[in-house]
Design a protein around this ligand. Sequence first.
Ligand code: MF3
Ligand code: CO
Length: 259
Amino acid sequence: MIRPKNVKEIEGMRDAGAMANTVLLETAKIIKPGISTREIDEFAAECIERYKGKSAFLGYRGYPCHTCISVNEEVVHGISGTRTVQFGDIISLDVGVTYQGFIGDNAITVAAGGCAVEIQNLMDVTQRSLDEGIKAAVLGNRVVDISRAIQKHVESNGYSVVREFVGHGVGRSMHEEPQIPNFVDGAPSPKLKAGMTIAIEPMVNMGNPEVLILEDGWTVITKDRKPSAHFEHTILVTEEEPEILTCATRMDSKVEASS
Ligand code: MF3
Ligand code: CO
């Protein structure tokens, strides 16, 4: 059973979401040609520490980094290391933080310096597909309506959605029910209810949808080695419009209020 969050839990999710998005955006700003993926991860780790959060990823099923950093053909769960970012690379940065027992999970893909217009289009379509998915996260709909909106936007633009990894409910645990696929799979699909907090995260490949996992046991890459993009938000289903919980603005206003 999927238990919607109560008012107190939702407040906790707002705080965690604001922090997760603040860390994501601050870290994304330092992504430039010449930086190593490890430096990006370390910057995010310091940022999380400064806000008194914890990485939701570090140690999760043995995951070794604070964030996921996936370059070009890497889809998700990229492990940072000595690799240096090159001009024209695209970097998918996934940040999950735990704050006061609640988790905010979000991701963006950015280009280092700049990138080919075809690759920018892949990123734009992926981000837009997330927007379409969020718009479908309303009462009266089921999870599959989110999935359908994402898949439709992606495929009508000539790209493909990854099947093996999906979005998810999120709360005190990073992965709660229900799963949020980025494609219509024909399985029975739960109704959306006010108070549900879910992470919607389309992973979109320029070429074929197939993926492989590298020998490190984590890094997911496209089988055809073509680029892939990933955007993610944690959202709250409400009686009205969906609320984006991974929203740094709330964090900014809190910081201002306390200074
Ligand atoms: N956003 C990803 C997810 O929800 C990140 C998980 S990385 C892991 O699955 F290492 F923690 F698994
Ligand atoms: Co997620």
